[in-house]
Design a protein around this ligand. Structure first.
Ligand code: HEC
Length: 184
Protein backbone atom coordinates (compact mmCIF):
# COMPACT_ATOMS: atom_id res chain seq x y z
CA UNK A 1 0.00 0.00 0.00
CA UNK A 2 1.39 3.41 -0.88
CA UNK A 3 1.60 6.25 1.62
CA UNK A 4 -1.38 8.17 0.27
CA UNK A 5 -3.67 5.13 0.47
CA UNK A 6 -2.45 4.29 3.96
CA UNK A 7 -3.24 7.85 5.03
CA UNK A 8 -6.76 7.68 3.61
CA UNK A 9 -7.37 4.35 5.30
CA UNK A 10 -6.19 5.67 8.67
CA UNK A 11 -8.34 8.78 8.32
CA UNK A 12 -11.39 6.63 7.49
CA UNK A 13 -10.76 4.41 10.52
CA UNK A 14 -10.47 7.50 12.73
CA UNK A 15 -13.79 8.91 11.47
CA UNK A 16 -15.58 5.60 12.06
CA UNK A 17 -14.04 5.27 15.56
CA UNK A 18 -15.21 8.76 16.57
CA UNK A 19 -18.69 8.13 15.17
CA UNK A 20 -18.98 4.86 17.11
CA UNK A 21 -17.67 6.49 20.31
CA UNK A 22 -20.29 9.21 20.03
CA UNK A 23 -23.23 6.87 19.67
CA UNK A 24 -22.05 4.32 22.22
CA UNK A 25 -23.55 4.40 25.71
CA UNK A 26 -21.18 3.53 28.52
CA UNK A 27 -24.00 2.84 30.96
CA UNK A 28 -22.48 5.18 33.51
CA UNK A 29 -24.48 7.59 35.66
CA UNK A 30 -28.13 8.55 35.21
CA UNK A 31 -30.01 11.68 34.22
CA UNK A 32 -30.28 14.25 37.04
CA UNK A 33 -33.72 14.40 38.66
CA UNK A 34 -35.77 17.60 38.66
CA UNK A 35 -35.12 17.89 42.41
CA UNK A 36 -31.32 17.60 41.94
CA UNK A 37 -31.37 20.25 39.23
CA UNK A 38 -33.46 22.55 41.47
CA UNK A 39 -30.98 22.14 44.36
CA UNK A 40 -28.09 23.27 42.18
CA UNK A 41 -29.98 25.92 40.23
CA UNK A 42 -29.24 28.72 42.69
CA UNK A 43 -28.01 31.54 40.44
CA UNK A 44 -29.44 34.97 41.12
CA UNK A 45 -29.19 37.56 38.36
CA UNK A 46 -28.61 41.31 38.91
CA UNK A 47 -32.32 41.99 38.30
CA UNK A 48 -33.17 39.62 41.16
CA UNK A 49 -34.52 36.76 39.05
CA UNK A 50 -33.74 33.49 40.79
CA UNK A 51 -34.16 34.91 44.31
CA UNK A 52 -36.05 32.45 46.49
CA UNK A 53 -38.95 33.14 48.84
CA UNK A 54 -37.76 34.21 52.28
CA UNK A 55 -36.98 37.35 54.23
CA UNK A 56 -34.57 38.79 56.74
CA UNK A 57 -34.28 41.96 58.81
CA UNK A 58 -31.29 43.97 59.96
CA UNK A 59 -31.99 42.85 63.54
CA UNK A 60 -31.94 39.14 62.63
CA UNK A 61 -28.90 39.77 60.49
CA UNK A 62 -27.01 41.40 63.33
CA UNK A 63 -27.40 38.19 65.32
CA UNK A 64 -26.63 35.78 62.45
CA UNK A 65 -23.68 37.87 61.32
CA UNK A 66 -22.07 37.89 64.77
CA UNK A 67 -22.47 34.11 65.00
CA UNK A 68 -21.45 33.15 61.46
CA UNK A 69 -19.37 35.91 59.91
CA UNK A 70 -17.91 38.32 62.44
CA UNK A 71 -15.00 36.12 63.50
CA UNK A 72 -13.47 36.57 60.03
CA UNK A 73 -14.88 39.85 58.71
CA UNK A 74 -14.86 41.73 62.04
CA UNK A 75 -17.87 42.59 64.21
CA UNK A 76 -18.61 45.75 62.15
CA UNK A 77 -17.48 44.31 58.81
CA UNK A 78 -14.18 46.14 59.04
CA UNK A 79 -12.14 43.10 57.95
CA UNK A 80 -9.56 41.20 59.98
CA UNK A 81 -6.23 39.56 59.28
CA UNK A 82 -6.40 38.24 55.71
CA UNK A 83 -10.22 38.49 55.56
CA UNK A 84 -11.71 41.26 53.47
CA UNK A 85 -13.61 44.27 54.79
CA UNK A 86 -17.28 44.32 53.82
CA UNK A 87 -17.90 47.87 54.97
CA UNK A 88 -16.48 51.29 54.16
CA UNK A 89 -14.43 52.63 51.29
CA UNK A 90 -17.26 54.61 49.70
CA UNK A 91 -15.81 57.42 47.59
CA UNK A 92 -12.29 55.95 47.50
CA UNK A 93 -12.45 54.12 44.17
CA UNK A 94 -11.13 57.02 42.09
CA UNK A 95 -8.42 57.87 44.59
CA UNK A 96 -4.90 56.52 44.98
CA UNK A 97 -5.86 53.84 47.47
CA UNK A 98 -9.22 52.42 46.42
CA UNK A 99 -10.89 50.32 49.11
CA UNK A 100 -13.23 47.78 47.53
CA UNK A 101 -16.02 46.53 49.77
CA UNK A 102 -19.66 45.55 49.39
CA UNK A 103 -20.55 49.17 50.15
CA UNK A 104 -18.05 50.86 47.85
CA UNK A 105 -17.69 48.49 44.93
CA UNK A 106 -20.46 45.95 44.38
CA UNK A 107 -22.97 47.18 41.76
CA UNK A 108 -25.96 45.06 42.81
CA UNK A 109 -27.33 43.97 46.19
CA UNK A 110 -28.79 40.90 44.45
CA UNK A 111 -25.39 39.55 43.43
CA UNK A 112 -24.03 40.18 46.93
CA UNK A 113 -26.90 37.94 48.11
CA UNK A 114 -25.96 35.33 45.49
CA UNK A 115 -22.27 35.41 46.47
CA UNK A 116 -23.01 35.04 50.19
CA UNK A 117 -25.57 32.29 49.60
CA UNK A 118 -23.29 30.17 47.43
CA UNK A 119 -19.90 30.78 49.11
CA UNK A 120 -20.18 31.87 52.75
CA UNK A 121 -19.31 31.12 55.52
CA UNK A 122 -15.99 30.33 53.94
CA UNK A 123 -15.62 26.90 55.58
CA UNK A 124 -19.27 25.87 54.96
CA UNK A 125 -20.31 27.26 51.58
CA UNK A 126 -23.94 26.75 50.65
CA UNK A 127 -25.03 26.15 54.25
CA UNK A 128 -27.05 29.37 54.74
CA UNK A 129 -30.83 29.26 54.41
CA UNK A 130 -32.49 31.93 52.24
CA UNK A 131 -33.75 33.67 55.43
CA UNK A 132 -30.24 33.78 56.94
CA UNK A 133 -28.85 35.10 53.66
CA UNK A 134 -31.49 37.89 53.45
CA UNK A 135 -30.73 38.75 57.08
CA UNK A 136 -26.91 38.94 56.89
CA UNK A 137 -27.17 40.82 53.58
CA UNK A 138 -29.52 43.33 55.25
CA UNK A 139 -27.08 43.78 58.14
CA UNK A 140 -24.09 44.32 55.83
CA UNK A 141 -26.06 46.85 53.74
CA UNK A 142 -27.13 48.57 56.97
CA UNK A 143 -23.51 48.79 58.21
CA UNK A 144 -22.69 50.46 54.88
CA UNK A 145 -25.49 53.03 55.30
CA UNK A 146 -27.33 51.65 52.26
CA UNK A 147 -30.53 50.46 54.00
CA UNK A 148 -32.15 51.68 57.22
CA UNK A 149 -32.21 49.92 60.58
CA UNK A 150 -35.80 48.74 60.03
CA UNK A 151 -35.20 47.30 56.57
CA UNK A 152 -36.54 43.89 55.69
CA UNK A 153 -35.19 42.23 52.58
CA UNK A 154 -36.99 39.72 50.42
CA UNK A 155 -37.19 38.88 46.71
CA UNK A 156 -39.14 42.08 46.01
CA UNK A 157 -37.28 44.62 48.17
CA UNK A 158 -33.70 43.39 47.56
CA UNK A 159 -33.61 44.17 43.80
CA UNK A 160 -34.84 47.70 44.59
CA UNK A 161 -31.76 48.50 46.70
CA UNK A 162 -29.57 50.88 44.72
CA UNK A 163 -25.89 50.30 45.41
CA UNK A 164 -23.64 53.41 45.48
CA UNK A 165 -21.39 52.09 42.71
CA UNK A 166 -24.19 50.84 40.42
CA UNK A 167 -23.12 53.20 37.63
CA UNK A 168 -19.38 52.95 38.25
CA UNK A 169 -18.74 50.12 35.81
CA UNK A 170 -18.02 50.67 32.12
CA UNK A 171 -19.77 48.67 29.45
CA UNK A 172 -18.01 46.03 27.38
CA UNK A 173 -16.70 48.00 24.39
CA UNK A 174 -16.47 45.09 21.94
CA UNK A 175 -18.88 45.90 19.08
CA UNK A 176 -20.40 42.42 18.91
CA UNK A 177 -21.23 42.48 22.65
CA UNK A 178 -23.10 45.77 22.30
CA UNK A 179 -24.93 44.40 19.25
CA UNK A 180 -25.94 41.23 21.10
CA UNK A 181 -27.32 43.26 24.00
CA UNK A 182 -29.38 45.35 21.62
CA UNK A 183 -30.78 42.09 20.22
CA UNK A 184 -29.19 42.41 16.76
C1 HEC B 1 -13.44 31.55 57.80
C2 HEC B 1 -13.52 32.96 57.52
C3 HEC B 1 -14.81 33.51 56.92
C4 HEC B 1 -16.08 33.45 57.44
C5 HEC B 1 -16.54 32.81 58.73
C6 HEC B 1 -16.91 34.20 56.51
N1 HEC B 1 -16.16 34.67 55.47
FE1 HEC B 1 -16.82 35.89 53.98
N2 HEC B 1 -14.98 35.79 53.10
C7 HEC B 1 -13.90 35.09 53.58
C8 HEC B 1 -12.84 35.14 52.60
C9 HEC B 1 -11.49 34.46 52.72
C10 HEC B 1 -13.33 35.91 51.51
C11 HEC B 1 -12.63 36.21 50.18
C12 HEC B 1 -13.05 35.10 49.26
C13 HEC B 1 -12.59 35.32 47.86
O1 HEC B 1 -12.16 36.40 47.48
O2 HEC B 1 -12.68 34.34 47.09
C14 HEC B 1 -14.66 36.33 51.86
C15 HEC B 1 -15.47 37.13 51.06
C16 HEC B 1 -16.73 37.59 51.42
C17 HEC B 1 -17.50 38.54 50.67
C18 HEC B 1 -17.07 39.23 49.38
C19 HEC B 1 -16.19 40.41 49.72
C20 HEC B 1 -15.78 41.19 48.47
O3 HEC B 1 -16.07 42.39 48.37
O4 HEC B 1 -15.21 40.57 47.57
C21 HEC B 1 -18.68 38.69 51.32
C22 HEC B 1 -19.83 39.60 50.92
C23 HEC B 1 -18.64 37.83 52.49
N3 HEC B 1 -17.44 37.17 52.52
C24 HEC B 1 -19.67 37.70 53.39
C25 HEC B 1 -19.65 36.80 54.45
C26 HEC B 1 -20.79 36.54 55.28
C27 HEC B 1 -22.14 37.21 55.16
C28 HEC B 1 -20.43 35.59 56.20
C29 HEC B 1 -21.26 34.92 57.25
C30 HEC B 1 -22.46 34.25 56.79
C31 HEC B 1 -19.02 35.27 55.94
N4 HEC B 1 -18.60 36.01 54.86
C32 HEC B 1 -18.27 34.39 56.69
C33 HEC B 1 -13.81 34.48 54.82
C34 HEC B 1 -14.88 34.25 55.68
Amino acid sequence: MNKARLFILCAAIAVVTVAVAQTQSYKLGRPATAEEIRERDISVAPDGSGLPVGHGTVTQGRHDYQTLCGNCHGDRGQGMLQYPALVGGQGTLRGKNPVKTVGSYWPYATTVWDFIHRTMPYARPGSLTPDETYAVTAFILYLNGIVGEKAELNKTTLPRVKMPNRDGFVGDPRPDVAAKKAGK
